[in-house]
Design a protein around this ligand. Structure first.
Ligand SMILES: [Zn+2]
Length: 268
């Protein structure tokens, strides 16, 4: 082939190639991006607003589920399965009452970082405290409740001890705190000790709430328990602290957030 023809062919090919690559291969009007597989976490993030508290944007937990960090377990809201056992129970690396069973020294391991942070901060503030009682199985709770009922009568016992299947301790998210000296052990006077005051004031910073406050006994249906703390996560704990609502009183707000989450889930 003559050299000139070859150059001409290559030149034409180069022009065609350049024209092709320089021409937009798509419509210049940007089409909206339609996500096909939107991450589920985004759908589950909704705003939760409690009165007198800053709104929180959180992954909404179904408070009806015993595995939920927001699980509501009470006399009126017993565990759906009375024999529920949470997964991942472990003795946290903080002081625990070692003469209790391994099970009762345990809490859910996924909340361990905040358990360590809470007890670390308490120790740093000068308080020698321990987990006196953490997870309790249905059977363990039955033993306690039967024993207290024999001692005080069933009605009186149920003011400070839950029937099996109705105890937060069965979720692995609640514990009773005590001084290592065991002074004021599970007694109201714990609230007057410096450690009791510290826990009441600071536990929310680490995701825990004082579950049975003195001025809410009619709502919680339990006596004032300055030693009983319950994990709900830092966002909700702060919102509950600021709003001064119990977990029971927050139920309608949790339900509203849950309904919104489900509606969004359906829309997606
Ligand atoms: Zn308790």
């Amino acid at each position: 082939m003559p050299k000139k023809i070859l150059i001409a062919i290559l030149g034409v090919a180069a022009i065609v190639f350049a024209a092709y690559t320089l021409t937009p291969q798509y419509n210049s009007v940007q089409a909206p991006v339609i996500p096909i597989n939107q991450p589920k976490t985004k759908v589950k993030q909704v705003e939760l607003v409690l009165p007198n508290a800053s709104p929180i944007t959180a992954r909404v937990e179904d408070y009806n589920q015993p595995t939920s960090l927001w699980a509501v377990v009470s006399k009126e809201h017993p565990l759906p399965d009375a024999h529920f056992v949470p997964a991942g129970l472990a003795v946290p690396p903080v002081r625990t009452r070692i003469d209790k069973s391994i099970a009762e020294q345990s809490l859910r391991s996924d909340i361990e970082p905040d358990v360590i942070a809470l007890f670390g901060a308490a120790e740093a503030a000068g308080h020698s405290v321990m987990v006196a009682s953490g997870y309790r199985s249905y059977e363990q709770q039955q033993i306690y409740f039967t024993s207290y009922s024999r001692q005080y009568g069933e009605e009186a016992a149920n003011k400070f001890s839950a029937r099996p299947g109705q105890s937060e301790h069965q979720t692995g998210l609640a514990f009773d705190v005590s001084l290592t000296s065991r002074e004021c052990y599970l007694e109201i006077c714990f609230s007057e000790r410096e450690a009791g005051k510290w826990f009441a004031a600071h536990s929310y910073e680490y995701g825990f709430i004082l579950r049975y406050p003195e001025d809410k006994t009619a709502i919680t249906q339990y006596q004032y328990e300055p030693w009983h703390f319950r994990y709900v996560g830092r966002d909700l704990a702060k919102a509950l602290h600021d709003s001064k609502l119990t977990l029971d009183e927050a139920c309608p707000y949790l339900q509203a957030a849950l309904t919104e989450m489900k509606a969004r889930g359906a829309a997606n």
